[in-house]
Design a protein around this ligand. Structure first.
Ligand SMILES: [Zn+2]
Ligand SMILES: [Zn+2]
Length: 116
């Protein structure tokens, strides 16, 4: 009898201090073109994914939150400035949508929607 290993995916920030793993994805993946996402990511749009089984492996103390005037929260690495994720007002860190660019490997997800 062999157990099916749980597939996990890993991500990190640019300086590698913030590292995390997840076990899966849920919901849709969207490219968000809103002004705040563009500024936050320093890119033409941001791609965020809803994840399952999020575990912070290191660097939690480096995470900093920016709370926008509308209450949405953007989390980034305070050491290297990498965009880590986004969550809605009052959501806990466990509910964060991860910035897809932080993952270290190719992901089995397709971008389904374009927003803004
Ligand atoms: Zn960093
Ligand atoms: Zn946005």
């Amino acid at each position: 009898m062999t157990e099916t290993p749980i597939k996990s995916y890993h991500g990190s920030c640019l300086c590698q201090q913030v590292r995390f793993s997840i076990t899966g994805f849920r919901g849709t993946v969207g490219n968000c073109h809103c002004t705040m996402c563009r500024k936050f990511h320093g890119a033409a749009f941001a791609t965020l994914v809803n994840v399952e089984g999020l575990t912070w492996l290191s660097g939690l103390e480096q995470l900093k939150d920016f709370v926008a005037p509308n209450g949405t929260i953007r989390t980034f690495c305070s050491h290297c400035g990498s965009s880590i994720g986004f969550r809605s007002k009052d959501a806990s860190l466990d509910e964060i949508e991860m910035a897809i660019a932080t993952f270290d490997e190719d992901l089995p997800v397709n971008v389904d929607v374009q927003i803004y």
